[in-house]
Design a protein around this ligand. Structure first.
Ligand code: NAP
Length: 288
């Protein structure tokens, strides 16, 4: 499918994609670009990539470049990469926010817009780094492709084919729709999980609280163990949507607080039942 694939950022997402590109023989060679020597050594030892090279030499002859760093590092990678990229190469990313990267591309790298296919795999987890990368991470997961008017449909199609070849389902939506949906379904829950853990941690009896907390608390807050840098970057690149989602959520919390305080038992019951029905129906639709 490709001659030379370059993965910039061999972490959970980049490393997992590299593993599957190798496993399914989707490229003649796969080269990693790493910030830290430790990640480079681990990636080579685990056989995640064929070689690790500096960005400039890695890009020589590359026909697919995947940027898999935190969001705010992407423009820096593009600045360093731009002079060395062939105009035939397809550029893509795995970033969690799309509108901000598109705006940065338009403002700073207009020459790259015809080759950049923005994409976001809805797969991952709270662990990070190349040691957490694994085969088949994307099997049966959605990958959202957000094609822009500047990029050729044949390049968009190639990115669909890549993700489908590693077992994912691909679908397209606009940048704005993507950022609005994932602010509510992913970014908001992460912020709420961070806040809940910090709320407990701010109590004088914090140790007792964490010791006594049962599986429900640790299930709910699993995602608060996610990488802080990645989540800082998501919050500062999708700020308006996340703040809007937080406003809506705070309204819900205020409503249920008032209902509980009023001791209106039927209202409390209705509120919890409505949530259960909505969640169960959502899960049923996903299983279909
Ligand atoms: P990760 O495991 O932490 O990997 C990030 C990689 O980027 C690491 O290899 C790191 O290098 C490199 N990196 C970090 N900062 C950099 C910088 N300033 N310049 C150059 N390289 C840098 O993160 P991840 O979970 O794979 O996430 C990567 C991207 O995927 C993010 O944009 C994230 O929003 C998106 N995403 C994540 C998930 C998820 O659940 N984790 C899901 C969907 C999308 P070192 O190893 O050398 O530090």
């Amino acid at each position: 499918m490709f001659e030379k694939v370059v993965i910039v950022g061999i972490g959970l997402l980049g490393g997992s994609l590299a593993r599957d590109i190798k496993r399914h023989s989707l490229a003649a060679s796969i080269v990693g670009v790493s910030r830290s020597p430790k990640t480079a050594a681990n990636a080579l030892e685990l056989g995640v990539v064929d070689s690790v090279e500096p960005l400039t030499s890695a890009l020589d002859g590359a026909d697919l470049v995947v940027i898999a760093t935190p969001m705010q590092a992407m423009p820096t990678v593009l600045r360093d990469a731009a002079p060395h990229l062939s105009s035939n190469a397809i550029l893509t990313d795995v970033g969690s926010v799309k509108g901000d990267l598109y705006a940065r591309l338009k403002a700073e790298f207009p020459q790259l817009m015809a080759q950049f296919v923005l994409a976001h795999p809805i797969a991952g987890g709270e662990s990070s780094g190349v040691l957490a990368s694994r085969e088949s991470l994307f099997v049966d997961k959605n990958v959202i492709v957000t094609p822009t008017s500047e990029v050729a449909p044949s390049r968009v199609e190639k990115v669909h084919q890549l993700w489908q070849a590693v077992g994912a389902h691909t679908l397209e939506m606009s940048l704005a729709q993507h950022d609005a949906i994932f602010a509510r379904t992913s970014h908001l829950p992460h912020v709420v999980a961070f806040a809940l853990v910090n709320y407990l941690n701010a109590q004088p009896e914090r140790e007792q609280l964490f010791d006594m907390a049962a599986a429900g608390f640790y299930d709910f807050t699993r995602i608060a163990s996610s990488d802080a840098e990645m989540w800082r970057d998501i919050c500062v690149t999708n700020t308006a949507e996340i703040v809007d989602a937080l406003d809506g959520f705070i309204e819900q919390v205020t409503d249920i607080k008032q209902t509980i305080n009023s001791l209106e038992q039927s209202e409390i019951l209705d509120y919890f039942n409505a949530a259960k029905i909505a969640r169960d129906a959502g899960l049923d639709r996903k299983k279909r």
